[in-house]
Ligand binder design. Structure first.
Ligand code: PRX
Length: 673
């Protein structure tokens, strides 16, 4: 299953220094723990669970599941019957039992250097409880869905954990998404409330978030789904006068002056503030709602398999899928992966540069780190603002020890050479991580040699929104690294590689990456469509969870994820479905048809390459397009090659008219997006 011995050739090792303190200090220890996690999951995860608070104990098996559609409905249950509350485990347990009340939970670093805040575990607990009481006062109950559309501010964590405290299910929508996307997600999960902010800056660009939120709410109304209330945080517009555009807030709920926050250190800049439309029927001001509200709130005790959150990810049909995670399994899995993969130690300062709007932010900014009582940096800005040294400036400012980012960011910064990195010391760094897409060996080497100065192992973590946490990853002191390989499975994860006929391949091989059994953090369903859950992940190869990724295994048993093999694209670590992009294109009145493929891109990993047929036939004639479509499906494999100008096309015998291929080559004049 995993190799007996670690590979010897062409590998990189973690430092001796790291091995001294590591939770998993050697390959043999990794192997031993891995075997236990697979042979005896009840005991393995049972030991992990001992560190957490349970209101009532679980009954029956630790993990109960059916992964085989031919045997009935797919289900995964972890610690059924036990009750707990994640917010309690993340905050109260750390404040009271672990005596971490005064430990910093987050160093918030704003878009502008100098904008900063520090929040301790005690303060976070108080703020979460207060906001939980606000939600309750608004009538939000256990099981209700709440949509959150916010920038990277502490209040985003407060909002998500306040939901968790009262058993409500958060559905966070990345603040870079459009009003249309927000509306689609609100309607799909039938959210009763929206939490947003006035606006934020990304670099020099002002995003009028409230305007987008309003547009989304209007679209919801048009679709017959009116959302009762919208709570708005004043992030940019702090003063009570003139913030709310031309209209004033309702007299009963004036927005207060946040003197307290200013004293806490958030530096105000004289930059244009967003114009905020205000509808007293719907809108509520975050700060006003908090006035006089108690900062104590008894948690709602939830069953292990109660829903925790919904997070949307692209689906190959174009309609996003609401991936549903549940309470206990997700908590144990994110806590354990965080602890072991980043080798978390009490004095670490950890920084994950992802946005909380994506799964990486959910699992490795909020849940995993807080479950371990970690201190994290929460960064609102961009790696290039105000200049390309920003990341390393922040690393030195907070003495960051563990740093987690995406290959896209590494490739982007690599373009500017070594000087912007070497301007800063970075001597605090111990472990580096990547996530979101395959990392090319050049970027890996640069990250390792220049950023980490050959001192820091790189954990190349492969996982998905659906997996909840890391599934293939090195452990920094235990697993020899190979640039570009996510190496070996995490505890409890049993990967396999299948060929087209669904046969398991042994030894060095390439095919579909699948998993043979669940681990605690795997998704439970697609919200509102268990049938789609089964058909997307379990129908193609009964008995296995199908990732949708291609994968190669080398002679040492190491896994190399090669990228999506369905109609999905990975642009800058973000998944997009070709269907989604195509339908957006064809909505334009000038476009008759569109086909979208990925093309390698030096920084983004992949870029979109769009083949578009115009109605008046300017670029391609529509017959040509129709001929291809007669096959029932556009041969994306060919289009990909045409996009890359590769003449080795392989088998094109199934095309009705193969001369179209040559015509497409000759007309290769589309612009890559
Ligand atoms: O294709 C794989 C790629 O990202 C996909 C999952 O995307 P998403 O659900 O948005 O989650 C991204 C963050 C976990 C996967 O199916 N991917 C993610 N990490 C890696 C990767 N591909 C190669 N190597 C990785 N380390």
């Amino acid at each position: 299953m995993i190799p007996d011995k670690p590979p010897q050739d062409n590998v990189f090792h973690g430092s001796e220094e790291l091995k001294k303190e590591a939770h998993v200090p050697s390959f043999d220890k990794y192997r031993e723990l891995y075997m236990k996690s697979v042979d005896n999951p009840d005991e393995f995860w049972g030991d992990v669970a001992k560190d957490f608070f349970w209101k009532t104990k679980h009954t029956g098996q630790f993990l109960d599941y059916n992964f085989d559609v031919t045997k009935g409905e797919i289900y995964i249950k972890c610690m059924e019957g036990a009750s707990t509350n994640i917010c309690y485990n993340l905050l109260d347990r750390n404040v009271h039992e672990k005596k971490l009340a005064d430990k910093v939970a987050f160093f918030w670093e704003g878009n502008e250097p100098g904008d900063e805040l520090t929040v301790t575990y005690r303060e976070l607990l108080q703020r979460v409880c207060q906001f939980a009481n606000v939600l309750k006062a608004q009538g939000v109950k256990k099981g209700d869905r709440v949509s959150i559309y916010m920038p990277m501010v502490v209040e985003l964590v407060v909002a998500m954990l306040a939901c968790v405290r009262i058993g409500a299910v958060h559905s966070i929508v990345f603040a870079g998404f459009s009003a249309e996307s927000l509306c689609e997600r609100i309607v799909d999960s039938q959210c009763c409330l929206l939490i947003t902010a006035d606006g934020f800056y990304r670099g020099d660009k002002l995003i009028n978030l409230k305007l987008l939120a309003d547009e989304a709410l209007q679209k919801c109304r048009d679709k017959g789904f009116p959302v009762g209330r919208c709570i708005m945080l004043k992030h940019l517009s702090k003063e009570p006068e003139g913030i709310l555009g031309s209209q004033s807030p309702p007299a009963k709920r004036p927005c207060p002056d946040l003197q307290q926050e200013k004293q806490a250190g958030r530096v105000k800049k004289t930059r244009p503030v967003p114009k905020v439309p205000w509808n007293p029927e719907v809108d509520l001001c975050w700060d006003a709602l908090l006035r006089g509200v108690s900062d104590e709130c008894e948690p709602e005790w939830c069953d292990s398999e109660d829903p925790l959150f919904i997070l949307y990810t692209s689906g190959s049909t174009g309609k996003p899928k609401g991936v549903l995670h549940t309470v206990s399994g997700y908590m144990l899995y994110t806590a354990t992966t965080f602890k072991v993969v980043f080798d978390h130690q009490p004095d670490d300062v950890y920084w994950c540069t992802a946005d909380i709007g994506w799964i990486t932010g959910h699992s490795y900014i909020t849940y995993g780190p807080l479950a371990n009582g970690a201190t994290s940096v929460l960064f609102e800005g961009l790696p290039t603002h105000p200049d390309v040294s920003r990341m390393w400036e922040i690393v030195d400012k907070y003495n960051v020890t563990k740093f987690y980012t995406a290959p896209t960011a590494i490739r982007l910064l690599m373009k500017f050479g070594n000087e912007p990195v070497q301007r800063y010391k970075r001597s605090s760094l111990k472990v580096l991580g990547t996530v979101g897409e395959p990392i090319n060996p050049e970027a890996w080497q640069w990250y390792y040699n220049v950023v980490g100065e050959k001192r820091c192992p790189i954990v190349d973590t492969f996982w998905q929104t659906e997996t909840g946490g890391h599934v293939l990853t090195p452990l920094p002191a235990a697993t020899p690294m190979k640039p570009g390989s996510a190496t070996l499975p995490f505890f409890g994860v049993v990967p396999a590689i299948l060929n087209e006929s669904g046969e398991e391949l042994e030894g060095p091989s390439e095919g579909y990456l699948v998993f043979k059994q669940p681990w605690p953090g795997v998704m439970r369903t697609i919200y509102g469509s268990h049938e789609r859950f089964e058909s997307t992940y379990f129908k193609k190869f009964p008995g296995y969870y199908v990732t949708g990724d291609g994968c190669r295994r080398d002679k040492d048993g190491y896994f190399w994820v090669t990228g999506r093999i369905d109609d999905m694209l990975n642009v800058s670590g973000h998944l997009l479905s070709t269907a989604e992009v195509e339908s957006a294109l064809v909505e334009h009145e000038a476009v008759a048809e569109a086909a979208v493929v990925g093309r390698p891109h030096p920084v983004k990993g992949e870029s979109l390459y769009c083949f578009v047929t115009l109605n008046d036939g300017v670029m391609y004639n529509s017959e040509l397009e129709v001929e291809l479509k007669k096959q029932g499906k556009i041969m994306r494999r060919l289009l990909r090659k045409i996009a890359c100008d590769e003449r080795e096309l392989g088998d094109i015998s199934t095309l009705a008219d193969s001369t179209v291929v040559e015509q497409l080559f000759q007309n290769r004049c589309c612009t890559a997006v």
